[in-house]
Structures are given as C-alpha cells and as structure tokens.
Ligand binder design. Structure first.
Ligand SMILES: *Cc1c(COP(=O)(O)O)cnc(C)c1O
Length: 376
C-alpha cells in the first residue's frame, strides 16, 4: 500500500491500537518431524474417554448453539474444588478470561485525565512473567506498571515490594505463579504478602499449578479481591480446545460474566473439558510422570554444564554452557529440536525447554551433547 493510503487507513483506528504490538505466540512449526519443546504443551494425549466424547459429539448437533452458561462444566469444577458454581467462570482459554478481567476491572486511560485516576487505569505485573499481560494492558489502553522480580526471579518481599514499585491501589494485578518463563514456584506465604498489600483485583495465574508443590486456591477464602486462573491447556493436554477458568468471589465472577460473549466456550470445548474432569485419575498419573521427567532432565542438563533453575512447572529454564542461548537455540533448531528463546535482555541468556515425551527428551539431551562437542 502507498504510504499516503496507509496513513489514511491508520486514521481510522484508535490511536492506542495504531501503536499496538500484538502478542507473539510460540511458533507452531509447519515442517514435520520437529521435536516441539517450545510452547509448554503436554506430550501425553488426552484421555481416550475425552477423544471418544468428542467424536460422539460431532454430529448434526453442531448446528445448535452450545450451553451459554456452561453449567455442567462449571458445576463439575465447583465440585472438584468444593466451591459453589457462582464462584466459577469458564473462558475460551484462560487468555480470554484475562482479557475480560481488563475490560471488567480497568478503566482505559483518558487523554484528558492528566494523571488523575492513575490507579483505576493501572495494570501491574512482575517482569519477567507471562508476556501476554503487557499486550492486554495496551489493548485496554491502560497504564503498564511493570515491577521487576529479583534476579533469581523471586518476588520482592515485605517493604521491598513497594520499593520495587508495586502499587496497592492498581486496578488489576496479574501474578504468574508458578512463574513463567522462569518456572519458579511461590509459596502461599509469599503470595499472601502480595494479596495483603494490594487493594485492587489480584489474579493469581496458575496455568502450571498441577505441576507444583503447592497451589494458592485457599487464598480466595481469605481475600475477596483475589481470583485464581487455571487452564485445561497445559496439564490436561487440551490446548487445541481452548478452555480455561477463574475461581473466586461471586461478585467478581459476576462482573466478568457480564462482559463475556454468551458463547465464549464452544460446544466441543465444553464436551472435552467435562470428559476430562470425569477421568481425573488418568491425568494425575501424567502430572507425576512430568514432574519425574523434569527432575531427570534437570539432572542430565546440569551434568552437561547447564545452569538450570528449580522448576515447579512442565518446563525448565536454563542457561546453557559454552555459548550464548541464541547460538544454542539456532543449533537445536538446525537439529530439529525447537525450544523457546526470548530476546528480552533480562532473560536472553536462558532457554525454556518444555518437558516432552520420554523419547523426545532423550533426543533433546543427545542433541545437546552433540552440540556441546562442536562448541568445546
Ligand atoms: C499458557 C498460559 C496461559 C494461557 O492458557 P490458555 O488457557 O491456553 O489461554 C495463561 N497464563 C500463563 C502463565 C500461561 O503460561
């Protein structure tokens, strides 16, 4: 498009959208035969019962709208966590609900607000954490408050939290716990300190809770301003179906419910998630296997000279030996192993490696050994 035409088109957009940088998802490679350890998908297939429920559901009923309130799914989730159904909302992945939270709780900045109402328009989160948060903040035209984690990716504790820039009255605070991309877990004691020091809505984004020693669910009983975010994507091998959920105070859940699309979780997504919850034992075996694999992989990588951070997730975050993380990323890719590397300065020395299947991890480790030989 000619520059002049492009400029005319730009004028049609909200200024905040003109400037927007969209979220960069991990690559879904089109080439076959790659070992894909870059987006924290679960290597195990969904339960056979889930696959069966899905194929049974694919018939002429596809012409009908699904249950707009996803009542069976929400009821099952409520029973699982011993909550009431009005404490549960489901979304098109937890990403959908995170976006809804910005709409329900955060006022967009107004050009004339001159710094008044700063908190009403502020979304805060730690860096590094989930890289979608800044994008959601910009989409809502809200104010970013990025609070640095300590260099070991721990949360600044006590008075250090405020000193680091944490704002008690920010409209929305997003905390990835266990943290991504570092994998570090946070104890409920640490999280409680944050909740105590925050008056706005706090979302504890527990996308990896099933792989952690501890989860923060009990904090919703202590703090009416706290929501827990979970997903079927990572632990339940269901990325494709896009189902996530929030748990917490009924008033906050109702606010989210008001701003969501009536059919934000599609029918097959609901079917898959319901069948998943009815076969929970299948998945608990998988969590155990992934946690064991994480331990074995960590040990093998450490033996090669990787500096591996302790992980409470289904991935490890590690500084490779002998060459830069970027060099390693390229070398692995050339050998058909795709991991995640972030260009962001604070973490550009690290590779994030998802726990794949047992044989994929064997190949990954063998490939690493071969690369290390060429480097030393
Ligand atoms: C993967 C991930 C999500 C998104 O999960 P979906 O339910 O697939 O949208 C949210 N938060 C974090 C920290 C994640 O890693």
């Amino acid at each position: 498009m000619a520059p002049k035409e492009k400029k005319a088109q730009q004028k049609l957009m909200r200024p905040s959208v003109r400037k927007l940088h969209a979220y960069t998802p991990g690559e879904q490679p089109k080439v076959r035969g790659l070992i894909k350890l870059n987006t924290n998908e679960n290597p195990a297939p969904p339960s056979p019962k889930v696959l069966k429920a899905l194929s049974k559901a694919v018939d002429i009923r596809l012409r009908l709208y699904p249950d707009p309130s996803a009542s069976e799914l929400r009821q099952l989730l409520a029973s699982l966590y011993k909550l009431n159904a009005d404490q549960v909302i489901v979304g098109n992945g937890s990403d959908d609900l995170l976006a809804l939270a910005t709409r329900a709780f955060v006022e967009p900045q107004h050009p004339t607000d001159n710094g008044t109402g700063i908190n009403r328009s502020t979304i805060q989160y730690f860096v590094p954490s989930y890289s979608l948060y800044p994008v959601l903040t910009d989409i809502q035209n809200a104010r970013r408050n990025e609070v640095p984690l300590l260099s070991n990716f721990n949360i600044p504790a006590g008075t250090a939290l405020k000193k680091a820039g944490w704002k008690s009255r920010a409209a929305l605070s997003l905390v990835t716990t266990p943290n991504a991309p570092s994998g570090r877990g946070y104890s409920n004691e640490q999280l409680r300190l944050i909740c105590e020091q925050t008056k706005g809505v706090v979302i504890l984004d527990e996308a990896y809770a099933e792989f952690a020693n501890e989860n923060a669910l009990s904090l919703i009983d202590e703090f009416p301003n706290v929501l827990i975010s979970r997903t079927f994507s990572k632990a339940y091998s269901l990325c494709f179906q896009r189902v996530g959920y929030f748990l917490g105070n009924p008033e906050l859940i109702e606010a989210l419910d008001k701003v969501r699309d009536s059919y934000n979780v599609n029918g097959l997504g609901q079917t898959a998630a319901i069948a998943t919850l009815k076969d929970h034992a299948y998945y608990r075996r998988n969590f155990k296997a992934i946690i064991q694999r994480r331990k074995d992989t960590t040990e093998a990588m450490e033996e090669m000279g990787f500096d591996v951070l302790p992980s409470q997730t289904n991935f490890v975050f590690a500084k490779p030996p002998a060459a830069s993380a970027e060099t390693w990323f390229d070398a692995l890719r050339e050998n058909k192993v795709v991991v995640r590397w972030f260009k962001t300065p604070e973490i550009s020395q690290y590779l994030r490696v998802t726990m794949g299947s047992e044989s994929e991890m064997k190949t990954f480790l063998k490939t690493c050994k071969a690369i290390l030989k060429t480097l030393s």
